[in-house]
Design a protein around this ligand. Sequence first.
Ligand SMILES: Cc1ncc(COP(=O)(O)O)c(C=O)c1O
Length: 410
Amino acid sequence: MTNVDELINDIYNRSLEARKVVSKYIHHTPLDYSTTFSRMSGARVYLKYENLQKTGSFKVRGALYKLSKLVGKVEGVVAASAGNHAQGVAYAAKCFGMKAVIVMPEVASIAKVEATKGYGAEVVLYGTIYDEAEEKAREIARERGYEFIPAFDDPDIIAGQATLGHEILEDLEDVDVVVVPIGGGGLISGISVALRKKKPSIRIVGVEPANVPKFTLSLRAGHPVTVKPKPTVADGLAVKRPGQLTFRIIRELVDEVVTVTEDELSQAIYLLLERGKVLAEGAGAASLAAILSGKVRGIEGKKTVAVISGGNIDLTMLNRILVRGLAFTGRIATIYGYVPDQPGMLAKVATIIGKHRANILEVLHDRSDIQAPTWHTALRVIIEVPSREEVKKILEELSREGFEFYQISG
Ligand SMILES: Cc1ncc(COP(=O)(O)O)c(C=O)c1O
């Protein structure tokens, strides 16, 4: 095994070549200052919009460089992925006129399956989890003589992802801190290799979900360890074990790895959409989640880049996050109380709510609540409100009119 400095130098040199290759097929994505997130965090926050990349994520960078080296040498390529790697490989294969087979777990979202097929790849649905899909992909590779394309633990994949680091430096030479989401570690390894070489003083921070803390635990143990992932909205980061190469590079070049909770991830997706008009997936919002939750310390006044690594979010998931986000920020509230079980009472409550410019989203009229006083019925009302203060005013007015209500969420 080469020593880590040789490994880093080798990947750096490949990344210079990768830049020339991939730039023909992808966008140099924007890097923009965000007044809102700077105000919220105290740092000078810049967002690197890789959600606007071809296929909706950075993954296409590594896939393009890897496949560029295989053109004419293999019959085709095969990859296993339920997410962005699938689309990256499919798109890259199309660019080079190569055959591609993508094995996806049977539970993969229809939208992702269709997007992958849309790039011309053959999609094989197999197994319930990633590991089973990968086994199948390797079997297909053997049978057909195709090359298996790893998702992150490969020098060419890492060198391809490094092109994102080169773009950051080109656009913001005096950057102080870069915050990057970590799945298997290919993205942050590439970015670190590109940045450290030219700017040794830069601080590089990795972010992973608290529900899948494989790098946090592996770095602590001093070697890659396997974790049992709990569900996370950042599905792109739900990798059980660091790669061999990525672990060595990250241990050498990354200053620290922090974790974020599911609520912090959801909040960041919500805020990116509401304040920034940016659609990010869970993994893509992780770096901003870490900045806004104060997990990345010492960034006050520092030029801090959050890599928004992807935007391929399932719309049903987005809906749940938005409703939760609205409740979290006090824009959706649930109130509960008791009213006399007589005609006209519901209308009276509704009128008071309406007076405060609140919109009723749902009403549950529950006669089975045995806590209710005699001849009363329980009422649970979900309302959309202009602000938290308005909920208080609604409760006060209901109370003045003889209705005892309290807030149970929002
Ligand atoms: C949107 C997004 N961000 C970040 C990552 C993490 O990348 P890596 O596995 O190279 O660490 C992924 C991986 O699939 C991803 O899809």
